[in-house]
Design a protein. Structure first.
Length: 271
């Protein structure tokens, strides 16, 4: 279901990861056009090696089947006039611009009728991301399938019935990798405080987070709570630590506060 023609506007880390995922899935390089005013050396080399058109002359690219917006959100208003001719009535516009609603996109790209607003996260760079996505009423089932194919090239896809839920997705998974990285930081710092050399504590913490994530990935049928119980012996060391983490003012309460703050800020950024 990859589109027969595609324009990628913005090919930074996330846009570049998406392009690599599409090419790996079999996207015809000749069907793709990349527009980026400041392409990295890696992007330039990738496009040259695979035969993907990079920054063709103004007016050379026609309205494609899919236009993927991956520019910086603060640059969208400036970039929109040049992109508007590429968003035709039959074009599916897929946006990963944080804080830009479907109404924002439609106002800048008025000829387009079908939009999909998505919120991926940074593990997309290694094909292990997860993306929440909501479509406009004008998007057909076939266009949603195209959007799903494009987004699943970088990981799992979760469809939302209401665009308003994108802010909650941002709080949980969009910002979520930073929470996990901070967990590794905190575990390493606590280990060092217990007397471990700094490099040893960091290695133990990092490998534990990596391995636990992989174990969960390989056990999709097992609830995380059951995985936790599987490594918790009654009266043991893990149970002692969990008594602290699962106290009334413990990790669940702290995460609820943290995600509420992220959710609130996402709404503020979206206006």
């Amino acid at each position: 279901m990859l589109p027969a023609s595609l324009v990628l506007a913005g090919a930074g880390k996330m846009g570049g990861a998406m392009l690599q995922g599409w090419l790996a899935r079999g996207l015809d390089p000749k069907a793709a056009v990349v527009i980026d005013p400041h392409p990295s050396a890696e992007l330039t080399a990738l496009c040259a090696a695979r035969g993907v058109a990079l920054n063709p002359p103004t007016g050379a690219a026609r309205a494609p089947q899919a236009l993927v917006l991956a520019v910086k959100p603060q640059s969208f208003a400036e970039a929109a006039p040049a992109l508007e001719p590429l968003a035709g009535p039959d074009t599916l516009v897929v946006s990963i611009l944080a804080g830009k609603t479907i109404a924002d996109l439609a106002a800048r790209l008025p000829r387009a009728k079908a939009f999909a607003r998505a919120m991926p996260n940074t593990p997309a760079a290694v094909g292990r991301g997860v993306t929440g996505v909501a479509a406009s009423p004008g998007a057909s089932a076939a266009q949603k399938a195209v959007a799903d194919s494009l987004l699943s090239a970088i990981g799992a896809v979760v469809w939302l019935e209401d665009e308003k839920l994108i802010d909650a997705v941002t709080a949980v998974s969009g910002s979520g990798p930073a929470y996990v990285f901070h967990l590794a930081e905190c575990m390493a710092a606590a280990g060092e405080a217990l007397g471990l050399p700094k490099d040893v504590a960091a290695k133990l913490a990092r490998a534990t987070v990596e391995g636990s994530g992989e174990l969960m990935a390989r056990s999709p049928e097992i609830d995380p709570a059951q995985l936790r119980r599987n490594v918790t012996s009654p009266g043991g060391t893990t149970a002692a630590a969990l008594d602290v983490l699962m106290a009334e003012d413990g990790l669940e309460t702290l995460m609820a506060r943290a995600l509420a703050a992220a959710h609130r800020r996402a709404g503020e950024l979206a206006g």
